[in-house]
Design a protein around this ligand. Sequence first.
Ligand SMILES: Cc1cc2nc3c(=O)[nH]c(=O)nc-3n(C[C@H](O)[C@H](O)[C@H](O)COP(=O)(O)OP(=O)(O)OC[C@H]3O[C@@H](n4cnc5c(N)ncnc54)[C@H](O)[C@@H]3O)c2cc1C
Length: 504
Amino acid sequence: MDRNVMLQKLSACQKCDVLIIGGGATGLGIALDAAARGNKTILVEKSDFAKATSSRSTKLIHGGVRYLEQGNISLVMEALHERWHMLRNAPSCTSLVHFVLPVYNLWSGIYYYTGLKLYEWLSGWYRIGRTRWMDKQEVLAQIPDLKAEHLLGGVLYHDGQFNDSLLCIRLAQAAAERGAVVINYMECTDLIKSGDNVMGIKAVDSCQNKEYSIHARCIINATGVFGDEIMTKENPGHVDIMSPSIGVHVVVNKDERFKDYGLLVPRTTDGRVLFAMPWMGKVVIGTTDSPSKNHTQEPKAPEEDVWFILQNINRYLSRKLQPSDIQSVFAGIRPLVKGGKQDKTSSLSRSHTIIQGPGGIWTITGGKWTTYRKMAEDLLNRASAFSGLSMKPCSTKHISLERSYPPVEASEFPEIHEKIHPSFDYRYLDVYNAVMYEMAQYPEDVLARRTRILFLDAKAAQEAAPGVTRFMQKLLHKDENWAADQIQRFNTLASQYIFHPSTQ
Ligand SMILES: Cc1cc2nc3c(=O)[nH]c(=O)nc-3n(C[C@H](O)[C@H](O)[C@H](O)COP(=O)(O)OP(=O)(O)OC[C@H]3O[C@@H](n4cnc5c(N)ncnc54)[C@H](O)[C@@H]3O)c2cc1C
């Protein structure tokens, strides 16, 4: 995937079949499906791929035990089937994760065991493990710091986990291999209309400050929480449909508190669930769910949400987590769709919504990362009937998302096999591949989304930034000012991922 090649292809294209605005999981899933069905496909992303919500999930490939409790059986079943396809198609970005739900009361034990057994049964042929009872000793062997007093045992169940932003890159690559043009740092700034009908978009490449006009048979708005902005350009009378909600995670070291199993807190003080899950050598704990007025691509975690997570996880731990244990804090905004009179965002539907606007643009929003593939299939099945697109059947269930890269001539880059930070196994080779094959343009793209150091340990990411920037400067033929500016920008960004409590 080479950005300059993408720009050349874009310039040469008079009109495409499918034009997608937004390069998160939803947009990239559609780009892959559309290209695989034989459509001439273009996707524009205003920042980096997965910059917004799609890099900030809890990293679970799941049916959602909470949605089961809410009685949303069809959503759970659909997602459990999708979980299986994701695990099979992208084994190097995904893995299994095993959770223990601790039980302190007989009746709640029976309730949770039955529910989680049902969760296993709903996956049918796509089952990935057996839900079973664990006795107290087994539970404490896995989570030694769990409060032992009154502990009766626990329920063990299984889900999938993944590297969300990397899977977005794999989707972009798979789409590009099938002829799609996928471009990051290209913002849709306006629509091209004929009367009320939208014929195309104006897009600006922020790397080269150049505007493009792109015409398309079918235009798809997959901008997540920013969906209302495109809908308002399409129809100035549009009434906002999004009800964004912020979710926060904290990341701590995987010390002796946690072994290989995750911990599921079944009921937080606001009646939700909370996961503490081993991920990429650390433990991710989250998430929260509070209405969010502003939606930005880089939301800042509210301090009270971080305290909420610490308080709720500490209710279950004998040795409490302290603010100083936090290595990174990240927040994401859920693209939820308004649901009539409900006022709590945690009760809004997690199913996806597809709307065709008066100018012909298809907006798709909501849903879950886990269901991105099915969302794309649904949207294209509907849109193809209206827009004269290729009606070839969807094939994404069987498309591998695995990648490997050719070896690099080490003499050209003597540092290529060195680590970019002593605490992580990422090498300059990973930076090289990110720039050459994954369209990374800035140090943030490498440190936040190609590697995940920013999400795992924000201070380590700051320490790695100068080396990564200098190496990228060489690869991208940039000058000193660029490097100095990028290091400063990255430090400012990373300081937002470091928890600075105002109270102790
Ligand atoms: C806290 C939290 C935890 C979650 N955990 C899970 C989980 O564990 N498992 C799961 O399955 N799901 C989870 N989800 C849900 C999942 O992350 C989202 O459903 C999914 O990432 C949404 O993807 P998207 O592509 O629709 O939106 P986004 O990822 O936000 O992508 C939209 C893109 O559009 C771009 N864009 C906006 N405007 C323009 C424009 N004018 N021109 C060009 N591009 C534009 C943005 O830059 C952005 O990259 C979680 C969500 C949150 C918030």
